[in-house]
Design a protein around this ligand. Structure first.
Ligand code: MLT
Length: 404
């Protein structure tokens, strides 16, 4: 008789954003006349830009012509895209990354969930708390996290590194040395970040202790301050201890299009075994490449016009972030983030739990946000609002919150 992967049964409830979507759908059904403003999941609202649309049209036409039609994409990505990424995201920033160290995929979420497959089940992982739930849930599925304690809301075998207002949202080196460390900067969910010097300390720590850093840089386009690294490879020594995951979702609005990439340097070796070769093997076996038309759209993001458009998109969302952040501050809320990231992280008022505030806001202002505790126990009494809505709706949400 067949057996299931019982690690799935250890997972409490459903995925955070599926859970919220169900709650919101139930509220809308019970209140069909109410206009809900969704500032929950970090999904973009601006349309794809002209350069991207033109590239998509052109690529679609190519697919309809026998002379230019393409079948399976190369499983690690087309050279035209890997070269563009290499040039714009790495060489331009002084990072010594080669195009063949870049693995194109259908998105950062898939890569951050799949990467754990490369590692033994007895690796101990460390995560910031609060954290993007994919890192934890995918490791649970992989049998790496022990058991869930519903009172503490923690997994027995995960090392939690609290990032709260008390430590300025900068994780401290854990007492117990982890094997694998997940870092995401600019951070989801807190919208805060660390300086390049602080990131360098993590790289040094990882190299010294034989740890691997899985670095999620999905929000790098939102960095507005000078002393923040756009890539972990700006830090010395990162190529021997870090994998970096990137996305086209947040900078170029590809959430519904799907494109991302992961950098695995060739120097990254575990006991002489190349992680680059392992990830290539995995891609070759399990992935047939991101679609040609989407990779052409990704290439267009790196054109001169494409880069200008990205700046405009990012500028639009960051104006929302500023509007929400300053508006909430004026209304007396304690607010963080939103300077180098499209997330605003606020303290719930009157010691409400994160979920109490979620319900209160939905019922009384018809505004959806994300409860901080959904990202981990240290997220309790915090609440996340995204800047990815429209300016008009962001302002309207703010007015409603102020009038509560
Ligand atoms: C979020 O809201 O945290 C993000 O949309 C999640 C994601 O990018 O998958």
């Amino acid at each position: 008789m067949y057996k299931i992967n019982t690690n799935y049964q250890k997972l409490p409830g459903s995925y955070l954003f599926s859970n919220i979507a169900k709650k919101v759908a139930a509220f809308q059904e019970a209140n069909p006349d109410k206009e809900i403003i969704r500032l929950g999941i970090g999904d973009v609202t601006r349309p794809l830009t002209n350069s991207v649309i033109d590239a998509l049209h052109k690529a679609v036409d190519e697919m309809g012509d026998a002379d230019t039609f393409r079948g399976y994409a190369p499983d690690l990505g087309y050279d035209f895209l890997r070269d563009a990424i290499c040039k714009w995201d790495y060489v331009r920033r002084g990072c010594d990354i080669a195009a063949d160290e870049i693995f194109v995929s259908d998105g950062a979420k898939s890569d951050s969930g799949n990467i754990q497959e490369l590692f033994a089940t007895d690796n101990k992982i460390a995560v910031c708390d609060p954290v993007y739930p994919v890192y934890v849930d995918s490791n649970v599925m992989g049998g790496r996290c022990g058991n869930y304690d519903s009172t503490l809301e923690k997994w027995s075998d995960i090392i939690y590194m609290p990032t709260t207002a008390e430590n300025g949202f900068v994780p401290e080196f854990p007492k117990e040395t982890p094997d694998i460390i997940y870092l995401c900067f600019p951070n989801n969910p807190t919208g805060t970040t660390i300086t390049k010097a602080q990131l360098q300390e993590w790289v040094d720590y990882a190299n010294k202790n034989g740890c691997l850093i899985i670095y999620d840089a999905a929000y790098e386009a939102y960095i507005s301050e000078e002393d923040v690294a756009h890539s972990i490879y700006e830090c010395e020594g990162a190529k021997t201890c870090a994998i970096e995951i990137r996305s086209f979702s947040k900078n170029a609005g590809f959430t519904g299009v799907r494109l991302g990439f992961t950098v695995v340097p060739k120097e990254l070796k575990c006991d002489g075994v190349s992680l680059h070769d392992m990830w290539a093997r995995r891609h070759g076996t399990k992935f047939n490449g991101a679609p040609y038309i989407i990779q052409r759209a990704g290439e267009a993001v790196y054109s001169e016009a494409g880069q200008k458009e990205v700046q405009e998109l990012v500028g639009y969302y960051m104006n929302n972030a500023k509007t929400i952040r300053e508006g909430l501050k004026d209304a007396g809320f304690e607010v963080y983030g939103g300077v180098n990231a499209p997330y605003i992280w606020m303290k719930t008022p009157d010691k409400m739990t994160s979920w109490e505030f979620f319900d209160y806001l939905l019922e009384n202002a018809c505004v959806v946000g994300t409860p901080g505790s959904g990202f981990g126990p240290s997220g309790e009494h915090y609440f996340r609002l995204t800047a990815f809505g429209t300016l008009e709706k962001s302002k309207k949400a703010l007015e409603r919150i102020k009038n509560l």
